[in-house]
Design a protein around this ligand. Structure first.
Ligand code: FEO
Ligand code: CA
Ligand code: CA
Ligand code: CA
Length: 592
């Protein structure tokens, strides 16, 4: 490739140094500051009670910002740049640091119901005085909405209504209560938000002998979250609820512009531990969604819609585009090629169809079975077992797809799969990033070229590789969420640096082309115990947003280890909203 210069981005900054994993602070570059937009428990409606973790209250939580914000987008909705919609996921909860312990069964039941309400998603109106000014959320905003483990969803696609997804409470097999484990996501070109239902297995007790249980990690032990104590559908071992787990593990689509709309789960995109989904539109309108299954040795997938994208914002175009993800072909990836990371030694890969034109391509599986037992169906066609695909996102400028393989400490150990071209490192603690180029740049292609863009780790570690860049770079480990700025640079947020390289997790920028390709620099670091989620890069507006997830998660109610974001001093509990404990929050970083 010609050595073009890296595209310029208006967001100039002096990179920060990496931050030790004990530091309970947000670190940003000189000349930047950060502020909180929304914290766990902030009231979203005029009727919302104030945040009060001493008294868990499910009804209150239904009207407050949820816990553990993960996927994030901030969509500016007016020309003057004064109004925006914030959409985010609330992936899971940390009961031990959220609420006081109790021995009382009724009180614990209310805690569990509150945790169910702290899951899901939020849609919140933002406002500000003008471009470059900080955003504030609008309490009682007209689009404000909480989606929780109890919100009604509609199942779409070939498996909707099938016997595999019917329950006693829903004999139609189309009306599902709630979403949880919502990890990463993506905003579609038609303005909706996709959200991946990831670790749904942790919410169920199930029959370990049932089809798919083993492959999906469903067991008959008490569930991780214990919701079966307050809602029998989470005990799926027998009877009315055996199919309940089949109604989770999908890509969810939410229309944030219409708070009365029924969110949907798209069975055509398969069922697995969906990290997220990101859409790319080809030159001819072909619509592809790229998706990872975040589990050691699981797979990378692509969905290609049966219909083409219709540009524009007319009602007819919108109605058409809202159906794009309900029908199409599902593929899984197989990689081949060299194990040497270099820029000019591209590997090859194939997208192997699991469904095509509404038919199953997997011997012994009906189309419904492929879409509900997707992992089992994919196993048959021998895809490449990956090192935990997290965010998978096409670069809107080039269509090249970036796959964050976060880590896999079992790669090549014992009887586990050996290293391969796309997963070249044994006991991969630090992860890597793969760059995929679809054949002819067509998102509907069935073959692709690929290379290893980053092999992460501390810079002096053997085997690290930074896109061929020879100069000094920031250490980076466990890539998780990715985003792009207006110049087409890749931004990577991490999850797991404390255990791999002893540093707080952070947000990094790296150019993809030119002499600076692979030059990783660090923009921010999150507080102790936290993961950097989001991220959203509004570089033309001089701001970056991140969702600070699970700050201080190793603490307890009595001994909190993070006090992010309010850092309330001892003895000042009387201050309004003040609480000496961590609150997962969406923050905004702006230039001074
Ligand atoms: Fe929820 Fe795959 O991280
Ligand atoms: Ca993730
Ligand atoms: Ca992303
Ligand atoms: Ca992760």
């Amino acid at each position: 490739a010609a050595a073009r210069r890296a595209p310029r981005t208006p967001l100039a900054f002096d990179p920060i140094a990496s931050v030790a994993d004990t530091v309970d602070a947000v670190t940003v570059p000189d000349g930047y500051r950060w502020n909180t937009i929304l914290r766990w428990g902030d009231p979203l409606f005029h009727t919302s009670p104030a945040f009060d973790p001493e008294h868990p209250d499910a009804e209150a939580q239904e009207e407050q910002f949820g816990y553990n914000n993960d996927y994030l987008d901030v969509m500016v909705t007016d020309r003057r740049g004064r109004e925006a919609l914030l959409v985010c996921n609330h992936e899971y909860t940390n009961r031990a640091i959220m609420f006081p312990p109790t021995e009382d069964d009724a009180a614990e039941a209310e805690v569990l119901r509150t945790l169910m309400a702290a899951h899901g998603m939020s849609v919140v109106d933002l406002r500000r005085g003008g471009k470059g000014r900080p955003w504030r959320y609008v309490r009682g905003g007209e689009h404000n909405r909480r989606i929780t483990a109890n919100t009604l969803f509609r199942l779409t696609g070939p498996a909707a209504g099938s016997a595999l997804v019917r329950t006693a409470a829903d004999p139609t097999g189309t009306r599902v209560k709630g979403t949880f484990g919502n990890c990463a996501g993506g905003t579609t070109p038609w303005g909706t938000v996709l959200s991946g239902e990831e670790n749904f297995n942790g919410y169920f007790r199930a029959d370990p002998a049932a089809r798919g249980s083993k492959r999906y990690g469903l067991t008959d032990a008490a569930s991780v979250y214990g919701w079966e104590a307050v809602d029998p559908r989470f005990d799926a071992r027998q009877g009315d609820h055996v199919n309940e787990p089949h109604r989770f593990g999908y890509v969810v689509e939410v229309d944030p512009t219409d708070p009365t709309s029924t969110p949907r789960k798209h069975t055509a995109m398969g069922r697995f531990k969906h990290e997220g989904a990101n859409v790319h539109i080809g030159r001819d309108g072909t619509v592809a969604a790229y998706m990872g299954d975040d589990e050691r040795f699981d797979y990378l997938y692509k969905f290609v819609s049966r219909r083409k994208y219709r540009p524009g914002t007319s009602k007819a175009a919108r109605r058409h585009n809202l159906e794009l993800l309900t029908e199409g072909d599902l593929y899984v990836a197989r990689f081949s090629g060299s194990q040497k990371p270099t820029n000019d030694n591209l590997g090859q890969g194939a997208w192997i169809p699991l469904t095509l034109d509404g038919r199953s391509m997997v011997p012994g599986f009906t189309v419904e079975e492929v879409l509900v037992y997707t992992r089992l169906a994919a196993d048959v066609v021998k895809p490449t077992p990956m090192d935990r695909c997290e965010d998978v996102q096409p670069n809107p400028r080039t269509g090249k797809v970036y796959v964050a393989c976060t880590n896999n400490d079992r790669r090549g150990t014992g009887t586990n799969p050996a290293t391969d071209a796309a997963n070249p490192r044994p006991a991969n603690k630090n992860g890597h990033v793969i760059e995929i180029t679809e054949r002819h740049g067509d998102p509907g292609a069935t073959s692709f070229a690929w290379d290893l863009f980053l092999v992460c780790g501390d810079t002096d570690q053997a085997g690290t590789y930074f896109g061929g860049y020879e100069g000094p770079v920031a250490p980076i480990s466990c890539p998780d969420n990715v985003a792009f700025d207006s110049g087409g640079n890749l931004w990577i947020s991490t999850d797991g640096q404390p255990s791999s390289i002893g540093k707080n997790d952070g947000l990094f920028r790296v150019p993809l082309v030119g002499d600076e390709r692979g030059h990783v620099v660090q923009f921010l670091a999150v507080p102790t115990g936290a993961e950097t989620c989001g991220p959203v890069i509004h570089d033309r507006d001089g701001s970056v947003f991140v969702a600070v997830q699970h700050p201080g998660e190793d603490g307890s109610w009595e001994e909190q280890v993070s006090f992010f974001p309010d850092y309330v001093a001892e003895g000042s509990r009387a201050r309004r909203g003040a609480w000496r404990g961590p609150r997962p929050s969406v923050i905004q970083v702006t230039q001074d």
